[in-house]
Design a protein around this ligand. Structure first.
Ligand code: AMO
Length: 432
């Protein structure tokens, strides 16, 4: 007899197999019990017929509680009506544990209750689907970047200096060396690594002490920072577009079951793979926003509503590029055609997903960088190493940062980002 996982069950029709898992749901009618089993790879209906099993097995079946862990042996059969759906006709049952009364019943629970029980909530079908979409997104990112010649060179989490401004830093005491900060982005470090490997990326947790309590903000989230030597502004956008298309394509290919569980309409995603992305300069975006009735002033950052207005009729994500340099970080290169503008870019996703990527061509002129570091009130001594990169073989280069949970939120079509990371950290939540 073969041990198998639910995902492979279709290749064992009419054969006897054993499956280990948990009881997700069950119902009984007279002498027949229907057990919905999950084993991590999928969900399966197992049918226990009183006449086909021993008295002990039948008694155990009656005692099973939600989330009891078990091993079932039986014959695989095709679902009588549904294509590609299989069932297990149970012959034997071994119970690893009869679970205590499970706190998350199959009914509506409030979000705070579910968040308090996140360690258990992860087992629900919906959370299972999101975790798996997250995994597909991560794999697709790694796959695309390797395909494009990027080498993974991960960045430290403890850092001596700020990357994205000083207002959102988490400080931690660091032995006799004073304070360290949890990284806001690994960008500055991968800028160093491009001079070794040409194109590189990191992928890991970053931290922002941002008090934003929106559906898109976490205090700890995962970011993929990519950086490439000799790549300038336009090509930077091309790489980003290629990456997003690749992720969406992989999700469409590999997440059909997950999308069905989440009732996610995939039509908009198909268009994203096929059509070229839209590009608007910041100036054009402001003009468009005014036409749409927004009261945003030139020089302001785009808010949630503005991003919504700019993408509402677009079938594809929209690049907003060349922002006023005054609202962008010190490392962004000035636009040679207009010194007041920066060669940066934000990619705004469709379907209300908001900003997915932030990126820029980097300033390669050392004098200008020194001025900008002073202007931003940063401690120059902390950036000496970074300025070395502009001393020894400075090259034009660009990069970008993709927020993993923003991408997962968009792909899954869920409303709140807290469901897009296994254990979310937000302003109000540190547990479990
Ligand atoms: P930026 O600050 O735009 O750029 O961040 C890059 C991307 O990270 C995601 N993101 C967040 N996700 C969840 N919660 C948050 N609080 C949060 N903040 C940002 C977004 C965003 O587009 N170093 C630059 C990138 C670069 O130029 O290479 C940076 O960090 O998806």
């Amino acid at each position: 007899m073969t041990n198998t996982r639910i995902t492979h069950i279709g290749s064992h029709v009419d054969k006897e197999v054993a499956i280990s898992g948990w009881l997700y749901n069950s119902r009984s009618s007279g002498s027949i019990a229907f057990l919905e089993i999950r084993d991590g790879s999928g969900f399966l209906q197992a049918i226990v017929n009183k006449a086909d099993v021993s008295e002990d097995v039948w008694n155990d079946t009656q005692k099973l509680t939600q989330e009891s862990s078990l091993r079932l042996t039986g014959i695989v059969s095709k679902h009588p009506k549904k294509e590609n759906v299989f069932e297990l006709q149970v012959k034997d049952l071994q119970v690893y544990q009869f679970a205590s009364e499970y706190p998350i019943a199959h009914k509506e629970h409030g979000p705070e209750f579910l968040m308090d029980h996140r360690h258990l909530w992860l087992r629900s079908k919906r959370q299972w689907a999101i975790l798996r979409i997250r995994d597909v997104v991560e794999s697709a990112v790694n796959e695309y970047l390797h395909q494009e010649g990027f080498v993974r060179t991960d960045s430290p989490v403890f850092t001596p200096n700020a990357c994205e401004g000083t207002t959102t830093l988490f400080a931690v005491p660091y032995f006799d060396l004073g304070e360290a900060y949890l990284s806001q982005s690994g960008q500055l470090y991968i800028e160093a690594a491009i001079s070794s490997v040409g194109r590189c990326y990191d992928f890991g947790p970053v931290f922002r002490a941002e008090k934003s309590k929106t559906k898109r903000h976490l205090t700890e989230f995962w970011m993929m920072d990519a950086e490439a030597a000799f790549v300038e502004h336009e090509e930077n956008m091309q790489i980003q577009e290629g990456l997003i298309k690749h992720i969406v394509k992989r999700c469409l290919e590999q997440c059909q079951e997950e999308f069905a569980i989440l009732e996610r309409n995939i039509e908009p995603l198909q268009k994203v793979v096929e059509l070229p992305f839209t590009k608007l300069t910041y100036d054009e975006a402001i003009k468009k926003l005014h036409e749409e009735g927004s009261d945003i002033k030139y020089g302001e950052d785009l808010g949630n509503d503005d991003e919504g207005l700019l993408t509402q009729h677009s079938p594809v994500p929209v690049f907003i590029h060349k922002w006023p340099k005054s609202i962008k970080p010190f490392y962004v290169k000035r636009d040679p055609e207009n010194e007041d503008l920066a060669l940066n870019v934000d990619l705004i996703g469709i379907e209300g997903s908001g900003e997915i990527i932030g990126g820029a061509q980097r300033e390669d002129n050392i004098q200008y960088l020194e001025e900008r570091i002073k202007e931003e009130g940063l401690n120059e001594a902390d950036y000496t190493w970074y300025l070395d990169l502009r001393r020894y073989g400075s090259v034009p280069h660009s990069g970008f940062g993709l927020g993993l949970e923003r991408m997962v939120r968009w792909m899954s079509g869920v409303e709140h980002i807290r469901e897009c990371i296994p254990f979310p950290r937000t302003v109000n939540r540190l547990k479990p």
